[in-house]
Design a protein around this ligand. Structure first.
Ligand code: HEM
Length: 481
């Protein structure tokens, strides 16, 4: 018992070890409260590399971004997929994919991610534009030019959820919009609120109605329902084909895989869209510059914008929106808190730089926590301030950020890194750009008085873009152009 309670002790060559006073749980509670603050305090005490016991796992944090490249390029001894194949099935409710039950499926799923990128991005982007325009036109562009009131997060979520859904999964054969979208989104948010607990591997039966809600969400994607949809993305078509080839995959498992993609495609995009819109609307100067940039790009391609007609922005036009892209990067910098995780496959000595290594043990988690980099005043001056043009230099994208006089290879990491990097990142940036373009082109926008900048809800720390801790009231009216 003594040895169990005493637990692990630090060996020579290993990083400083931080254990809590509760065996097993360790420092999980402190970490969960404010991960960024927790890690900064330990960095001050222990230096740039230290190991913390969190919920039964030993996690070695690498805090110096100059050391990130050596972790990201380590492939063989540090694995990511073993971790996702354990956690994602428990969270979304499908059987693990690695192993011999579903031969070749893992590799094929990985390959399907290419359908979100490269040449496939243009048709996806075009389809998203049409769907955004459809939802804007039918739900928000249908009145006279009076001021209307709304809640910005709710506004962003309702438009982006539906337009993304239509783009990825298609529309009903019998119409142009799905019925019951609000209910689906409502269930999605209920599931999403429980997402951190599921990722932490808390059994779903301990989480109230979460299992029933997940079953309802999954059943939405059963083959008999999806066969009633048309115009879906090549990405989803390909995945559906792959699942058909697997005899042992039940219909409900196929549906659970499709549901997982729903989470991946909107779970981060909804809050990211909110933050981009919020920061722009909260700064008159930023809004003016970005709106003018959009109008100029349209004019350069021969379009004189007017709110009475629909607008299309192609992938090429979106690529030219340097200030908008910078504003989105800046809002991602301020709101993202994803953790990059690798699991040590054996006991070994992890090389950090040319003269430093640390010992890690098989099963230990090596973690990068880029929020610390994003809020580091040595890298980003005045890091809590939103500067819409922070990522622009001499009329082009700024990529030159440094620490301790050395240029950083990784300075903005909302989408993860290396082998676990988000395959939907280009699509995500494009759809956020498209949404903001429509918002700024069609509406005059104002925040209602007396509201502070909303805080970041810490419950998703480590998992992606943080949600606002409260919604923001705003006013909007059709512009007179
Ligand atoms: C994975 C972020 C939008 C599809 C990831 C990961 C991050 C991330 C950090 C890696 C997870 C990890 O390392 O554990 C984001 C952010 C988004 C976004 C910040 C929006 C602002 C999207 C969109 C799609 C998508 C729009 C699809 C349409 C995926 C998929 C994975 C993933 C399929 C899993 C990749 C794998 O298993 O290797 N995302 N994502 N994401 N993302 Fe995104």
């Amino acid at each position: 018992l003594f040895w169990i309670l005493r637990g692990r002790t630090r060996k020579p060559g290993e990083p400083p070890l931080v254990k809590g006073w509760i065996p097993f749980i360790g420092k999980a509670l402190d970490f969960g409260k404010d991960a960024h603050k927790f890690l900064e305090e330990h960095r001050r005490k222990h230096g740039d590399v230290f190991t913390v016991q969190i919920a039964g796992k030993f996690m070695t944090f690498i805090m110096d971004p100059l050391l990130y490249p050596s972790i990201i390029k380590q492939g063989r001894q540090l694995d990511f997929h073993e971790f996702t194949d354990k956690v994602a099935p428990l969270t979304f409710g499908y059987p693990p994919v690695l192993g011999t039950t579903f031969p070749g499926l893992w590799e094929q799923i990985k390959r399907s991610f290419q359908l979100l990128q490269g040449d496939h991005l243009a048709p996806l982007t075009e389809s998203m534009m049409g769907n955004l325009m459809l939802v804007f036109r039918q739900d928000h562009l249908n009145g006279a030019g009076d001021w209307r009131r709304g809640s910005l997060y709710e506004f962003c979520c309702s438009v982006m959820f539906e337009a993304t859904f239509l783009t990825i999964y298609g529309r009903p054969v019998t119409g142009i919009r799905h019925g019951g979208m609000d209910r689906l989104r409502d269930d999605f948010h209920k599931f999403d609120n429980m997402f951190p607990f599921l990722i932490a591997q808390i059994p779903i039966w301990l989480l109230g109605r979460t299992l029933a809600i997940r079953q309802k969400l999954i059943s939405y994607f059963l083959p008999q329902h999806m066969s009633q949809w048309t115009n879906n993305s090549q990405f989803i078509r390909r995945r559906a084909e792959l699942f058909e080839q697997q005899d042992k995959l039940k219909d409900v498992d196929k549906a659970a895989h499709h549901f997982a993609i729903l989470w991946a495609s909107v779970g981060n995009t909804l809050p990211a869209t909110f933050w981009a819109a919020y920061f722009l609307v909260s700064q008159v100067e930023a809004l003016k510059v970005v709106r003018q940039e959009i109008v100029d790009v349209l004019r350069d391609s021969g379009v004189d914008f007017s709110t009475s007609s629909d607008v299309m922005l192609s992938k090429e036009q979106l690529d030219k929106l340097i200030f908008l892209e910078s504003a989105i990067s800046e809002s991602l910098r301020l709101s993202s808190a994803s953790m990059n995780i690798r699991v040590a496959q054996e006991d070994f000595s992890l090389r950090l730089d040319s003269n430093r290594s640390v010992g890690v043990r098989k099963g230990d988690v090596i973690a990068l926590y880029p929020q610390s980099l994003h809020l580091d005043p040595e890298v980003y001056e005045d890091p809590q301030t939103f500067r819409f043009d922070r990522f622009v230099q001499d009329g082009r994208e700024k990529t030159d950020f440094s620490k301790d006089g050395q240029k950083l290879r990784y300075y903005l990491m909302p989408f993860g890194s290396g082998s676990s990097m988000c395959p939907g990142r280009y699509f995500a940036i494009n759809e956020i750009k498209q949404f903001v373009c429509l918002l700024l082109l069609y509406f005059d926008l104002q925040l209602e008085d007396g509201q502070n900048r909303p805080g970041l809800d810490p419950s998703r720390a480590g998992l992606g873009i943080l949600l606002p801790s409260s919604d923001v009231r705003f006013r909007y009216r059709l512009r007179s152009v």
